[in-house]
Design a protein around this ligand. Structure first.
Ligand code: COA
Ligand code: MG
Length: 282
């Protein structure tokens, strides 16, 4: 289980640095980065991919040429396992980027979803107008909590907390689906002991954490039962049924905090695990 975060505002690469970092990635990942025009977007997309490869290289201690990361139809990246991750039946990871941060979380058995939000104050409209356009994503209980949170700033923060949790949930399943999120209702005590009701029923198959990253950013992590993955993501897992004891042990592993990484550290994970910086394409 790993949690890593990179503050991209601290990385100011020269054009040569960017070209070198990009060259570490397989060609299909390179084009997913270069399709962005703005430098900040390129940095986020690049660091997202560096994090994914560096984390897998480090956790599984495999050589780079054995590492293949693919995406499901809905776009969720996953490791093509072959026989390289027998110790962790469902080794899976998820990335998020917003504002200054890019983060990754991995789990050995349970599904994992991560989401970052940068709390941005709307400029073109008032906070209530901004929030209103998202009201359909929330249950009446959540919406009431948002609307009665206090000042408009408090309302905005309450909104982003719920949003961040819902995103982590959607991302853990891999569905990418936006429909019916009002049926996924979060409960908490001071944003700890977070639980979820799905379609009105309390479920014990999920755990959530919501943390402050600093500089007005939040990060949430969702951990759930592998059988709850979307059909296409389920196909990437080795084991989706567990006896209750084994599954509960994995669900209730203590969460670990996010460790700050630099881009240079990520790059060194690559260079330590490959004889040449470039990957063979075939
Ligand atoms: N499931 C899980 N992860 C996915 C995914 C999927 N279907 N598709 C892509 N990802 C991963 C990728 O790693 C991607 O980064 P990369 O392309 O650099 O590798 C990363 O998630 C993007 O996550 P994030 O930075 O948090 O972006 P986002 O919040 O804009 O996108 C998605 C999240 C991918 C789930 C997107 O489908 C989405 O926004 N869906 C809408 C969900 C919604 O309406 N939520 C409302 C909450 S109230
Ligand atoms: Mg997001």
């Amino acid at each position: 289980m790993e949690r890593w975060v990179v503050d991209i505002s601290e990385w100011d690469p020269s054009p040569e640095d960017l070209t070198f970092s990009l060259s570490l990635l397989p060609p299909s990942d390179q084009s997913s980065v270069t399709r962005f025009v703005r430098v900040e977007d390129r940095k986020r997309a690049l660091v997202s991919r560096l994090l994914q490869y560096a984390l897998v290289l480090e956790v599984l201690a495999i050589p780079y040429h054995q590492l293949v990361i693919n995406r499901t139809l809905e776009g969720k990246p996953y490791l093509e396992c072959g026989d390289i991750c027998l110790d962790f039946p469902n080794f899976n990871f998820n990335v998020s980027h917003h504002g200054d941060y890019v983060a990754i979380a991995s789990e050995p058995l349970c599904l994992v979803g991560v989401d970052i939000v940068s709390i941005v104050i709307p400029q073109a409209e008032t906070v209530p107008e901004f929030l209103q356009s998202f009201s359909s994503y929330f249950s009446s209980f959540e919406w009431h909590n948002i609307c009665t949170a206090g000042t408009t700033h408090d309302m905005l923060i309450e909104f982003y907390r719920y949003w961040c949790l819902k995103e982590a949930f959607v991302k853990a399943t891999g569905s990418g689906l936006v429909d019916n999120l009002y049926k996924v209702e979060f409960h908490h005590s001071c944003w700890e002991n977070i639980s979820v009701n799905i379609e009105g029923k309390a479920t014990r198959e999920w755990r959530f954490w919501l943390l402050e990253l600093g500089k007005n950013h939040l990060v949430s992590v969702a951990r759930g039962h592998p059988k709850l993955a979307s059909a296409s993501y389920k196909r990437t897992l080795r084991q989706t049924e567990f006896d209750e004891k084994e599954y509960l042990a994995a669900l209730h592993l203590p969460n670990v905090g996010f460790v700050s990484r630099t881009v240079e550290q990520l790059i060194s994970s690559f260079t330590q695990r490959t004889s040449t910086a470039h990957r063979e394409v075939y």
